[in-house]
Write a protein that binds this ligand. Sequence first.
Ligand SMILES: NC(=O)c1ccc[n+]([C@@H]2O[C@H](COP(=O)([O-])OP(=O)(O)OC[C@H]3O[C@@H](n4cnc5c(N)ncnc54)[C@H](OP(=O)(O)O)[C@@H]3O)[C@@H](O)[C@H]2O)c1
Length: 259
Amino acid sequence: MLLITVYFYTALFRQGYVDAAGKAVLITGCDTGFGNQLAKALDGIGYQVYAGLWAVVNNAGTSTFGQVEWNTMEIYKFVSEVNLFGTIRITKAFLPLIRQAKGRVVNVASGLARQSAAGRSPYVVSKYGVEGFSQCLRYEMKKWGVHVSIIEPGNFIAATNIFTDESIKRLSTKLWNGMKPEVQEAYGREEFDKSVRTMRNFAENGVKDTSPVVNGMKDAVTSKYPKTRYEIKDLYWHIRTFIMLHLPEVVGDKLYHSI
Ligand SMILES: NC(=O)c1ccc[n+]([C@@H]2O[C@H](COP(=O)([O-])OP(=O)(O)OC[C@H]3O[C@@H](n4cnc5c(N)ncnc54)[C@H](OP(=O)(O)O)[C@@H]3O)[C@@H](O)[C@H]2O)c1
């Protein structure tokens, strides 16, 4: 009963938006995808989108796929350099300004930031890092009046440039050519090609309307009461996340990972 009362109190009374006047927002990764659309949305309601006074949105990101033995250390380092260390670097650079403004840090993690998936380890590692970094920062920033929000989009790949047919093709050539001969032989070309097809299929079957993600990011920047975490997923990923996080691991292993 108490939980229900708190829920309705939160939903009914903790609403409203901050005044955009004199506030600037820094968004990384604005050329395409979520970042590009968020910049237009915030510009449309009067925020200046160039330098980090009120909010930093760490959105820039890159991705890859393929099993652990197929990925070189160079790929692991590159993905984490962009997704994780880029986020940490930008946050640290602008935190003094954000602290003064009692502003916002919005970090774009992923539906794969608190649960893993075979064949995605360089990305998963980087996004688990974003999640951990954001939580530490949130605890530290509370006393300064700075809100830290995490955005966890599910599969919107079909609607952005994070994977394209072209990039999947390029990455798969890079992966196969970068493998040691004994690894190529152990896994075989057939299994490799099958996993490329699985990735292409996953990339083509995501949600095509990005507005829930952009609205979530916008809310994290503009709401007087931003959420700690915006889980923006379809029903399949909500259920999967619940099972992976709250039920005994053997259930998720059987249902989603065939082990
Ligand atoms: N789409 C999804 O399904 C999904 C799901 C979960 C999380 N996410 C996350 O959402 C964020 C935005 O991705 P998106 O889906 O909108 O993909 P996107 O269309 O590829 O946008 C990514 C943006 O990041 C920039 N970027 C990439 N590498 C960079 C680098 N080394 N330095 C500076 N900027 C760089 C890109 O700029 P250039 O094109 O100029 O490189 C681009 O503007 C990422 O953090 C991603 O991991 C996406």
